[in-house]
Design a protein around this ligand. Structure first.
Ligand code: AMP
Length: 306
């Protein structure tokens, strides 16, 4: 794919409470997790905004991972901030505070050379900003998006307009139910497909992810881990591995999409092993391939007749 993978989303300073520990002002945001994960597969171009308080070391980290920061603006004011707390068993989380700060009047502007992008990922930010970016890309092969309950409840009309413009949505089960008003997930996916995206991926945390598209349904499990430290960013990391793999193989066909589900799951399984992006800082290609093979062993079975 000639002009690669572009992502727009939040680059944040998070405060996260999980496993009884609070981590303040750590690097977070949908686009940070996405681009770090995707960078293990293909070059990524990042469109976002940060404030004056974003430590330079965080941007240097993204730069060192090969993330192109030409579309990252630094504006006067404070960086987007999010505060969340997980339940003791890490199965649910509460958003305690969301401060849009510099995102409140952000006008995303794609560098001219990026308008030819073949793959576009609209990470979780205000749906109007997502729409703004879609209209700036000329002829992408695949546009995918994420969103969250904050926008499903708060900006339903803007969200409906973006949904009409995308090919694929990655969404968690709770959000899929809220968006579709359907409890049953296959029904929810069908309802969401009618809103625009022909491919719907429903993330179900430790129960894995389901793919609904014109070729039917496909499932990828989550890797059974003995120790989960911080689930923050797992969804964005899944999306980064998924889209990064498609960019790497230059294929968006149904078989590539199935394999991408596994690379997304592999990356998400690493993400939750440490706080913030920390596990993704030290990850090696060998570890990624090793876990991909472990996933294959986990799900492979012979077709034996009774
Ligand atoms: P995930 O755990 O995959 O849902 O992603 C968590 C990340 O999303 C955190 O690092 C937050 O900074 C970011 N985030 C939380 N709420 C929002 C929001 N309303 N808009 C954009 N990013 C958000």
């Amino acid at each position: 794919m000639s002009n690669g993978l572009v992502v727009v989303g939040s680059v944040a300073l998070d405060s996260v409470e999980a496993n009884g520990t609070v981590h303040d002002d750590v690097l977070g945001g949908s686009a940070s997790f996405f681009s770090t994960a995707a960078s293990y597969f293909a070059p990524v171009k990042l469109v976002a905004v940060v404030g004056e308080d974003m430590p330079e070391e965080h941007l240097q980290f993204l730069g060192k991972r090969g993330v192109d920061l030409l579309g990252l603006e630094r504006k006067p004011g404070k960086t987007f901030r999010w505060k969340g707390r997980y339940s003791a068993d890490l199965s649910s989380r509460e958003s305690l505070d969301t401060q849009l700060n510099v995102f409140a009047d952000f006008k995303p502007k794609l560098p001219d050379a990026w308008r030819d992008a073949e793959l576009l990922f609209l990470g979780n930010i205000h749906p109007s900003l997502q729409l703004d970016v879609v209209t700036q890309v000329k002829k992408p092969r695949l546009v995918a998006m994420d969103t969250m309950n904050f926008w499903i409840g708060g900006e339903p009309q803007a969200l409906a307009r973006v949904l009409e413009r995308v090919d694929l949505i990655v969404i968690n089960d709770e959000e899929a139910r809220e968006l579709s008003h359907e409890h049953n997930l296959p029904k929810a996916a069908r309802a969401i497909r009618a809103m625009g995206p022909k491919t719907v991926i429903v993330k179900r945390g430790e129960s894995g992810a389901l793919l609904f598209h014109e070729h039917g349904v496909f499932a990828a499990p989550a890797y059974p881990l003995e120790r989960v430290v911080d689930p923050t960013g797992a969804g964005d990391t899944f999306a980064g591995g998924f889209m990064g793999y498609l960019a790497r193989v230059r294929d968006v066909g149904p078989q590539a999409v199935r394999r991408a589900m596994f690379y997304g799951s592999v990356m998400a399984s690493f993400c939750v092993e440490d706080y913030s992006l920390d596990r993704l800082r030290t990850l090696t290609d060998g570890e990624i391939e090793g876990r991909y093979r472990a996933f294959r062993d986990l799900t492979h079975f012979e077709d034996v007749r009774l």
